[in-house]
Design a protein around this ligand. Structure first.
Ligand SMILES: [Ca+2]
Ligand SMILES: [Ca+2]
Length: 252
């Protein structure tokens, strides 16, 4: 995956390698780094994440003294591009009741069970990461439809598909790499340099979302959706909503 870097853009510190063109850098997925650091090269199939889950399962079993089976590891059978990151709403500048969330699009013709999907965010300067796992096997994203993964504030909103606030109660990073995984299999990734202080970071709704067309907010496919609320509608929430669970608006 090649991410273009604009002239004058703030430096991105982390695991990068210079690609063929000096104007590009290549992001090395942290998962790959973890494997190279923690795994024997002769045992490439055992990732750190797998090890952690396996150890967790063993520890849980031991702690309960054999009264329960180990946690089952769920790995949805997904191909790259089956899910697409389409909209992100971060911390807002003013009073806000819509909360923070990440929207995904199902680019297939079948519903997808999201249990076992992980979403990872890495700060652009490499100083932190943010990760959660969809732990509900009942959660689905309809064919050619949307799912909204929400933090604490939006946990009970009608548009929320799954709330991750029990796992991590923190603001989304101001700038980050975002990766969606099914176990070790990457389904989509993109990066953004900044989240809007009002409204959402929105993938252009003029065309159907595609995972190979959303990789960077530098390439013009993304824009800020700061569309104000319809003045004819009753005011029940505060903030600029965006389009959670719905197709995005076309970018200007
Ligand atoms: Ca992508
Ligand atoms: Ca949307």
């Amino acid at each position: 995956m090649i991410f273009p870097v604009k002239a004058g853009s703030p430096p991105i510190i982390g695991a990068f390698a210079v690609a063929a063109s000096p104007s590009h850098v290549r992001w090395i997925a942290p998962h790959a780094r973890q494997r190279s650091i923690y795994s024997d090269p002769d045992e490439p199939l055992m990732s750190r994440r797998h090890s952690i889950l396996l150890v967790s399962g063993i520890a849980l079993t031991a702690g309960l003294c054999c009264t329960r089976a180990p946690l089952e590891r769920i790995c949805p059978d997904l191909s790259p591009g089956d899910l697409v990151i389409t909209e992100i709403r971060g911390k807002q500048a003013g009073v806000d009741t819509y909360g923070e969330w990440i929207e995904l699009y199902n680019a297939t013709d079948e519903a997808i069970a999201l249990g076992g999907i992980s979403v990872d965010l890495y700060k652009l300067d490499g100083s932190g990461d943010f990760r959660f796992l969809v732990r509900d096997e009942e959660v689905e994203i309809p064919a050619r439809g949307y799912a909204v993964l929400s933090g604490v504030v939006a946990a009970d909103k009608p548009f929320t598909t799954y709330a991750y606030g029990d796992e991590i109660d923190a603001d989304l990073f101001a700038g980050a790499f975002v990766e969606v995984y099914s176990c070790e299999n990457e389904v989509d990734q993109m990066f953004y340099r900044a989240l809007p202080a009002e409204g959402t970071l929105s993938l252009d709704g003029a065309v159907e979302p595609a995972a190979d067309d959303n990789d960077s907010t530098d390439d013009g496919r993304w824009c800020t959706d700061a569309t104000p609320a319809d003045p004819n509608e009753p005011v029940t929430e505060l903030g600029i909503r965006g389009t959670p669970g719905e197709a995005n608006r076309p970018c200007p």
